[in-house]
Write a protein of this length. Sequence first.
Length: 213
Amino acid sequence: MAGPRPVVLSGPSGAGKSTLLKRLLNDYEGVFGFSVSRPMPPPPPPPSSNTDYHFVSREEMEQGIRNGEFIENAVFSGNMYGTSKAAVQAVQAKNQICILDIDMQGVKNIKKTDLNPIYISIQPPSIEILNLYDIQTLQNFVESLSKRVEAVLAGGQLCKEPGLFDSVIINDDLKEAYGQLQGALSEVSVQHDAGCKHDLLFVSNVGLSSVFL
Ligand SMILES: Nc1ncnc2c1ncn2[C@@H]1O[C@H](COP(=O)(O)OP(=O)(O)OP(=O)(O)O)[C@@H](O)[C@H]1O
């Protein structure tokens, strides 16, 4: 597939992925594009005005899921959401760089594709700190707390699996973590600096992984 390599960002809810991404978006203003997702109609209000949805029929989406066309998908408030391989490839075809914020299942799914992204894991320094960061979300989803903690612990172990991630960033000090993220993205910068006109583009995942953990 022609075009720049996508970038996968993964890590437990509350590890700081959005915070780091916001910094990137801010620092590379005009370089980042907008997100691409595939919710089912009737669509809810977009999570952010930056979100660029691609609408398909329920049948089409269900067929696509059966055919393995989606890196990940989920249902929220009766609507289906997903990130398709085609959406990532469409971004590559525009010579832009996709950053995918996906969960561990999504990481495993994308490994089965030929998208060949750079894999970056964002991890909290400790489970105690994660709980502090994530307290509001936890309050909203108290009943799923134990499952979420299990998923966080499993994710923390999984990210250490050899070959799974290219970089594992422990988000203790935000400035330091951001510097490491920029370092991990240096390949992207090199391409951009080389005048290849590779823009960075943030493709949101369903963005609701915390709901489903
Ligand atoms: N290094 C850090 N030090 C202190 N607070 C942090 C740090 N990184 C992130 N936070 C705070 O932790 C909270 C959760 O961060 P953030 O929303 O970026 O996590 P996330 O990984 O995107 O979670 P989710 O996947 O649930 O969206 C935010 O309030 C953020 O300001």
